[in-house]
Design a protein around this ligand. Structure first.
Ligand code: ZN
Length: 289
């Protein structure tokens, strides 16, 4: 597929126009697709947290169960020791058993305390579960509405996108593979999705840096593909500068408004001047008298 550079540039421009339309459609959707994705990820994260809380509660309940068993064992021991104490042969034996009882009582107290602490922790975690569930509910509501918005936008542009996609495929086929690859790379690199631009008012249509007249002349010749030396975009053409004889309508109106304002100012000055004249006259009259 051998094309003249002029034809290549024209084909590139055509593809760029299609891509720009696709870009605009996607821009309307804005950050919505990403926001939906972020929310979905966030909700997954919260659900994991919820699972962790539930595991925590289960573990703490197991601990409490174990501690309670230990307490009842200690109580059994204490009862056994107290029975033994009734049948001791001497004071030494009595004291030794007393110590054991004391130890078991201390242990028992410690187990009860730990058990209580765990119960408090469970209450805290339950609060966390509650607030996390609330957040999940809120996020789900936001997600639902954002998804609905996205669906509406996608539905609206579905047909047009399909059309543009097939146009893009067609237009792409007219461009040689290596050039197409460079073009695609360039499109993806630019935030505004522009890879092929025209020179307008002596400036690159992509980055608005000035393109020197000599270069503009070369671009107009279309003998080779010329890139903007600042942004690397393909400069496909030069928009002929219109020789402006009369200002454009909009400019005119602006100028007119400015002119009016000036007139008003001038009038005010005139009024002031008149007043001064009147004053002067009065003074003259006074002087005459
Ligand atoms: Zn540029």
């Amino acid at each position: 597929m051998e094309h003249s550079t002029e034809k290549k540039l024209a084909n590139l421009l055509k593809l760029q126009q299609i891509d720009s339309k696709i870009f605009e459609i996607k821009k309307v959707r804005g950050a919505l697709p990403e926001e939906v994705q972020d929310l979905e990820d966030e909700i997954i994260g919260y659900n994991t947290r919820l699972d962790n809380f539930k595991n925590d509660i289960d573990n703490k309940n197991n601990d409490i169960e174990n501690l309670k068993n230990k307490v009842s064992e200690a109580k059994k021991l204490i009862k056994k020791y107290k029975d033994q104490q009734m049948n001791v042969r001497n004071n030494r034996e009595y004291d030794a058993i007393s110590k054991e009882i004391e130890l078991q009582e201390l242990d028992s107290k410690l187990f009860v305390k730990k058990s209580g602490e765990n119960e408090l922790k469970i209450e805290d975690i339950k609060e966390d579960v509650k607030s996390t569930k609330k957040v999940i509910k809120e996020r789900n509501q936001i997600l639902k509405s954002k998804k609905a918005d996205l669906d509406v936008l996608s539905d609206e542009s579905k047909e047009e996108e399909k059309k543009l996609d097939s146009l893009k495929t067609k237009a792409s086929k007219k461009i040689e593979a290596s050039l197409l690859l460079s073009y695609e790379k360039l499109v993806n690199r630019q935030r505004n999705g522009l890879a092929v631009v025209k020179v307008s008012r002596s400036a690159c249509g992509g980055c608005f840096n000035i393109v020197p007249p000599q270069r503009q002349a070369e671009i107009k010749e279309k003998k080779k593909i010329i890139l903007c030396e600042y942004c690397g975009r393909i400069l496909a053409d030069v928009i002929a500068e219109k020789i402006i004889e009369k200002p454009k309508k909009r400019t005119k109106r602006k100028t007119a408004t400015k002119a009016k304002k000036t007139t008003v100012k001038a009038k005010k000055t005139t009024v002031k001047a008149k007043k001064t004249t009147v004053k002067a006259k009065k003074t003259t009259v006074k002087a005459k008298k």
